[in-house]
Design a protein. Structure first.
Length: 206
């Protein structure tokens, strides 16, 4: 009923269609870029943190955290159409920022990487296991987006803990350099601020 009421508002209906269009464009652009990016040669970062330990395969734990978090977020955000719209737009801008960052700073993966076989990428993306999807960490930024978007204090704390957990997991598996993980929240917060400003502009036009 809530969505029916919101979609009866011409302004929100057009806003949501614009946001979904931007989301689709950003996902297609990033997916195509990642194929190109795998063919590029980049730098290997000297990472003193990764040098402290050998990698451990925690793929299933990583995706249990990520997808459990996403399911919980969808269940919560489905009751708040405007927050969901902001979440989609923030994710879109973050994806485009990642594209620009990776193009600007091509990196080769950590030497002892254990590839992270992402079922979402396998199903909806290229089907390839990506090794150079590095700067900055998409898995970390996705959960941090949810931390920024969700207003419920207990859930915010929960998603902050999930963000930290996934950040630790991708480092344990040597999927990312430490700088990839540390940079993710800053880029994501910037995307969040841009998304809020862009939504204000869209609403003024509509």
């Amino acid at each position: 009923m809530l969505w029916k009421n919101k979609f009866s508002e011409r302004g929100f209906r057009n806003e949501f269609l614009i946001v979904i269009s931007i989301l689709i464009i950003s996902l297609i652009s990033l997916s195509n870029f990642l194929l190109f990016n795998e063919l590029r040669e980049g730098e290997v970062v000297a990472d003193p943190v990764l040098n402290l330990f050998s990698p451990v395969n925690v793929t299933w734990l990583t995706f249990l955290i990520i997808y459990a978090g996403l399911i919980i977020a969808v269940i919560y955000l489905i009751k708040f159409p405007e927050q969901l719209s902001l979440a989609f737009l923030t994710y879109s801008i973050t994806a485009l920022m990642r594209l620009i960052a990776m193009y600007t700073l091509p990196l080769n993966p950590p030497v002892n990487i254990i590839p992270l076989n992402d079922p979402f990428v396998q199903l909806f993306g290229t089907g390839n296991i990506l090794l150079k999807d590095l700067f900055f960490s998409g898995h970390t930024s996705t959960l941090f987006i949810l931390y920024l978007i969700i207003e419920n204090k207990k859930l915010k704390t929960f998603f902050l803990l999930l963000t930290i957990s996934v950040a630790v997991c991708v480092l344990i598996q040597h999927v990312h350099y430490t700088v990839d993980v540390l940079a993710a929240p800053f880029f994501t917060y910037g995307s969040f601020i841009l998304a809020k400003k862009l939504l204000i502009s869209i609403r003024k036009i509509l």
